[in-house]
Design a protein around this ligand. Structure first.
Ligand SMILES: Cc1cc2nc3c(=O)[nH]c(=O)nc-3n(C[C@H](O)[C@H](O)[C@H](O)COP(=O)(O)OP(=O)(O)OC[C@H]3O[C@@H](n4cnc5c(N)ncnc54)[C@H](O)[C@@H]3O)c2cc1C
Ligand code: FES
Length: 283
């Protein structure tokens, strides 16, 4: 759906050097959106009547509030498009297309483990809210560069959810020093030991959803596979049209018969089952 969103909040998040921003839009998208879906935001500089940059920028739905008709987008200023977006002011209208793509699916019961690397945390907040509303137990595993990043990127909002949070930083300024995957591995090993039979029975209670750098998601998928835990991954790809027409975002997957297939991240994803992704080829 192509629509306009009224900008009701647009502000910096945390430390300025993190270049993170929070944008709340009022409009109809919130009524049908699901966690893991995204919108394609127009980022043209309308003050100079320019069509440049031509392509919309994909941003995940960080929060979905159907009662208020509001969606929240959290983003990092990366380049030209997000720099233009950062200049949009409250009260202005922004052209957005969405909700786009296929999001996460929640298990009916058990525990949902969210594993995030860096700003991969952003689409997971809406998922956590849905899971908690459904009565699931939610754990967050989140790795980032340092304390300043984690605080700026929304840690206080996560703490307010009252869920167990397992943090890692590369420099050790908050949580464990190291990679978030080490924490996930440690917890899986603590819970299930090494007996394959035991693992098979008990890990059925856990579902993992992950978003972040490709290498991290690949590592999460591999270790979940070893413990027979199902994992959903949210792939990120440079996008053109964002609606399945240009083939700009194609990634390689493997189907149940072992055949390599191609799918579009914008339309068939961005969320896929980890085990179907061919990591060395896709994205
Ligand atoms: C489905 C999806 C959801 C996304 N959700 C979010 C979100 O919630 N918050 C957020 O901050 N960002 C998100 N992104 C990434 C965001 O779309 C890009 O940061 C943005 O398009 C950059 O545009 P730009 O014009 O500012 O930068 P550009 O000038 O286009 O690029 C600047 C730099 O960023 C790199 N880059 C740009 N886009 C991507 C990409 N998709 N993947 C990897 N590297 C890229 C470029 O290689 C370049 O080095 C998402 C991307 C996808 C595909
Ligand atoms: S971005 Fe055009 S097909 Fe996905």
């Amino acid at each position: 759906m192509l629509t306009e969103g009224l900008v009701v909040v647009h502000e910096g998040m945390g430390a300025e050097e993190q270049r993170l921003r929070r944008l709340v839009l009022k409009g109809p998208i919130a009524k049908t959106a699901q966690p893991g879906q995204f919108v394609a935001v127009q980022v043209q500089d309308l003050s100079i009547s320019s069509f440049d940059p031509l392509l919309r920028r994909p941003i995940s739905l960080a929060e979905i509030s159907p009662d208020q008709d509001e969606i929240t987008l959290l983003y990092r200023i990366q380049g030209r498009g997000t720099e233009i977006l950062a200049r949009v002011r409250c009260g202005e209208r922004l052209s957005v297309m969405g909700p786009l793509g296929k999001g996460f699916s929640l298990p009916e019961v058990g525990e949902l483990w969210l594993v995030a690397g860096g700003i991969g945390i952003f689409p997971l907040y809406a998922l956590a809210q849905s899971a908690l509303a459904q009565g699931l137990i939610v754990h967050l595993f989140w790795g980032g560069e340092n304390q300043s990043f984690l605080q700026s990127a929304g840690l206080p909002a996560w703490q307010a959810l009252g869920i167990p949070i397992h943090l890692s930083t590369l420099d050790g300024t908050l949580g464990d020093k190291g990679l978030v995957t080490e924490q996930v591995l440690r917890r899986l090993a603590q819970l299930f030991g090494q007996t394959k039979q035991e693992m098979h029975l008990s890990t059925q209670q856990i579902t993992v959803a992950t978003c972040g750098p490709k290498k991290m998601m690949q590592a999460v998928t591999e270790l979940c596979y070893n413990f027979r835990v199902p994992v959903q991954v949210s792939l990120e790809e440079r996008m053109g049209c964002a609606v399945g027409a240009c083939l700009g975002c194609v990634c390689t997957l493997i189907d149940e018969e072992g055949t390599l297939i191609h799918k579009k991240v914008c339309q068939d994803g961005p969320v896929f089952q980890g085990e179907e992704v061919v990591w060395d080829e896709s994205c």
